[in-house]
Design a protein around this ligand. Structure first.
Ligand SMILES: N[C@@H](CCC(=O)N[C@@H](CS)C(=O)NCC(=O)O)C(=O)O
Length: 240
C-alpha cells in the first residue's frame, strides 16, 4: 500500500486553480499539490501537456483510479463530488440545478471576467489599451452578477440551502470582482452570499494554497499587486 494520497492536484493561485482546493479542503480529502509556475511556463511543458492538452491549470490525477487524469476545473469538481459523494445533491433535480450553475460559471462568469481582467490588468499594461473590449467584458460580467444577485434572493447558496460545487466554482471569480473592476454595488444578495462564504473557514484555508487569494485579488495595495502580477504573467498567460 502506498502512503501517497489518491488525489494529485496540479494547480496555481488563480480563480480556476483554487476551485479544486476548495473542494478538497471542505471535504477534508488528503491530496498532494504540485504548484505549476507560470513564470517558468511549466503549464506549457511537454510533461504537463501530456496530462492537460490545453496547457492550463488545474489538472488532477486520481492515483486511486488507475491514475485517471481530469482537466477542466468544472470537470474536476464534478469528478470529486461524485467520488466523495459530497457537495452535490443526490436529488436528480437539485443535481441538475448544480450542473446548471456550474455551467453558468464555466461558460459565463469565468470567460467574461477572465477577459475583463486580461484586457485591463495584462494587455493594457503591455501597451494594448482596448477600451471597447474592456467595456464589453466588464459590462457582460456585471450583467451576469445581476443574474446571480436575482437568483440568490432568499437563498443561502446557489442551489437551495446547501453549499455545492457550483458555489465553489463561482466564488473565487465573483469575489475577485474588484480585480476586474466589475461593480457589485446595488447587488445585496450577491454581497450577502460573499459574506457567507467569506466566513467558511475551510474555503478560506483553501484560498491560501498554493499562494493566498487575498494578496493578489483582495482589496489591497493595487500597485504592489500589479508589480507582482507583471512578473507572474510575463508570458502571455490567459484566464477563463
Ligand atoms: N476552462 C479551464 C480554464 C483554465 C485556465 O484558463 N487556466 C488559467 C489560469 S486561471 C491558466 O492556466 N493560464 C495559463 C496560460 O494561459 O498559459 C478550466 O476551467 O480549467
Amino acid at each position: 500500500m502506498s502512503d501517497q494520497p489518491d488525489i494529485h492536484l496540479y494547480t496555481a493561485s488563480t480563480m480556476n486553480g483554487w476551485k479544486p482546493t476548495i473542494f478538497l479542503e471542505e471535504a477534508e480529502v488528503p491530496y498532494e499539490l504540485t504548484h505549476i509556475d507560470f513564470s517558468k511556463k511549466e503549464q506549457k511543458s511537454e510533461w504537463y501537456t501530456k496530462l492537460n492538452p490545453n496547457g492550463r491549470i488545474p489538472t488532477m490525477v486520481d492515483r486511486g483510479n488507475d491514475h485517471f487524469v481530469v482537466f477542466e476545473s468544472g470537470a474536476i469538481l464534478w469528478y470529486l463530488a461524485k467520488k466523495y459523494n459530497a457537495f452535490l445533491p443526490n436529488d436528480p433535480k437539485l443535481e441538475n440545478q448544480t450542473l446548471q450553475w456550474l455551467m453558468f460559471q464555466m461558460g459565463g462568469i469565468g470567460p467574461m471576467m477572465g477577459q475583463a481582467m486580461y484586457f485591463q490588468r495584462i494587455a493594457a499594461k503591455q501597451g494594448h489599451q482596448d477600451d471597447f473590449a474592456i467595456e464589453r467584458y466588464v459590462n457582460e460580467s456585471r450583467r451576469l452578477f445581476e443574474v446571480l444577485n436575482t437568483h440568490l434572493e432568499g437563498k443561502t447558496y446557489l442551489v437551495g440551502e446547501t453549499y455545492t460545487i457550483a458555489d465553489m466554482a463561482t466564488y473565487p471569480w465573483a469575489r475577485a470582482h474588484y480585480w476586474a473592476n466589475v461593480s457589485v454595488e446595488g447587488l445585496p444578495h450577491l454581497q450577502a452570499w460573499f459574506a457567507r462564504i467569506d466566513g467558511r473557514e475551510k474555503t478560506q484555508a483553501a484560498l491560501e494554497k498554493p499562494r493566498p487569494f487575498w494578496a493578489f485579488f483582495g482589496q489591497g495595495d493595487v500597485a504592489a499587486q500589479e508589480k507582482e502580477n507583471a512578473e507572474r504573467f510575463k508570458h502571455d498567460v490567459k484566464m477563463d
